[in-house]
Ligand binder design. Structure first.
Ligand code: 5MM
Length: 339
């Protein structure tokens, strides 16, 4: 298959009505933080057992079309000896990999951050593809204050995201482009909208300059929300309207799929907000989810590292996947939470 057809086939498999992505790409320090909440040590075997639980959830492929893995997980095997990428593919879930190497402070720009990992990326894709990865993910992070993010951070991160996307597409890998405007802070929803619009505008300008094919990327943005410390939190309806307004202003209709991150929202909030957006009428792109915490928190708490809790944890994951699948169609009802 030529590269273009390969990219197209992957996008087609990932963007499906009523389906979204599971972000299970926590790096070492992040998964250790998550395990700490259930009093579990982050050993290689515990991480493998947990990812095995997620990927062997019966029926998950009905609502999840892709899974983002961390490099270590890509090389690990399920209980039956099947490598995780093949295990996912067998269940109709496209395997992908987070390829950024994390963020560091942006030099001479106090408070801003930049994501690293471009050097040698094209070479790394040879192995990742051999292991079964068909898409990748790169996350840029923007802190909000009255003066942040700086123009410099917006431009530098957009350029890195776009270079990453171009390298992915040349390798036949679909890039998920993730600019995350953080909800930490006491900013208003209007300030979040202003920053998100500036960030996305710059990202698409950079994607154009770097010759990325928009039909063959997925965008993973944050929702437009007031800061988590802001006194007045917005309603679901206001979040949906503000987020879709910014997306309409900045994301070309050539982009097939927009898959949100949850960014610290509760699982229920992330589902309700996605649902409300999908009730706003016809949109140019498929709006769905690529949640990490909002999908994994309930199963992680149900599991607590105990083999006897695996079935309950899988049920908890399947429930969130099913409800988010409904939200991706604008068919979620809060009453379904009780089921
Ligand atoms: C779960 O967090 C992922 C990994 O973060 P680190 O690289 O810091 O370990 C992250 O990339 C995730 O895919 C997205 O940010 C979305 O996750 P949330 O939890 O915000 O939905």
């Amino acid at each position: 298959m030529d590269t273009r057809s390969e990219l197209q086939a992957t996008v087609d498999a990932m963007v499906q009505p009523g389906k979204g992505l599971l972000a299970a790409d926590e790096s070492g320090p992040t998964i250790a933080k998550r395990f700490k909440t259930i009093g579990l040590e982050s050993t290689e075997e515990n991480r493998r057992a947990y990812r095995n639980l997620l990927l062997t959830t019966p029926g998950l492929g009905e609502f999840v079309s892709g899974v983002i893995l961390y490099e270590e997980t890509l090389g690990q095997k399920g209980d039956d000896g099947t490598p995780f990428p093949q295990l996912a593919a067998r269940n109709g879930i496209v395997p992908g990999i987070k390829v950024d190497l994390g963020k560091v402070p942006l030099a001479l720009a106090p408070g801003d951050e930049i994501t690293e990992g471009l050097d040698g990326l094209a070479r790394r894709f040879v192995d990742y593809k051999r292991q079964g990865a068909r898409f990748a993910k790169w996350r840029a992070v923007y802190n909000i204050t009255e003066r942040l993010p700086s123009r410099l951070a917006i431009e530098a991160n957009a350029d890195s995201l776009a270079r990453y996307a171009a390298i992915c597409q040349e390798a036949g890998i679909v890039p998920i482009v993730e600019p995350e405007v953080l909800m930490d802070g006491d900013h208003t929803i209007e300030r979040s909208a202003e920053v998100t619009e500036a960030v996305l505008h710059e990202v698409f300008d950079a994607l154009h300059r770097h010759r990325a094919v928009l039909e063959h990327i997925l965008l993973k943005p944050s929702m437009v929300l007031a800061g988590s410390d802001h006194a007045q939190q917005s309603s679901v309806a206001d979040i949906a309207v503000a987020t879709v307004r910014v997306l309409r202003r900045t994301v070309p209709s050539a982009v097939r799929g927009i898959v949100f991150l949850s960014g610290g929202q509760t699982p229920e909030e992330a589902t309700a907000n996605l649902d409300a957006m999908n009730r706003l009428g016809a949109l140019p792109w498929n709006l769905s989810f690529s949640y990490g915490r909002a999908l994994q928190e309930p199963p992680l708490q149900a599991w607590r590292g105990q083999p006897g809790n695996v079935a309950a944890a899988q049920q908890a994951l399947l429930k969130r996947a099913r409800l988010n699948g409904a939200a991706a169609l604008g068919k979620y009802e809060a009453g379904q939470e009780k089921g």
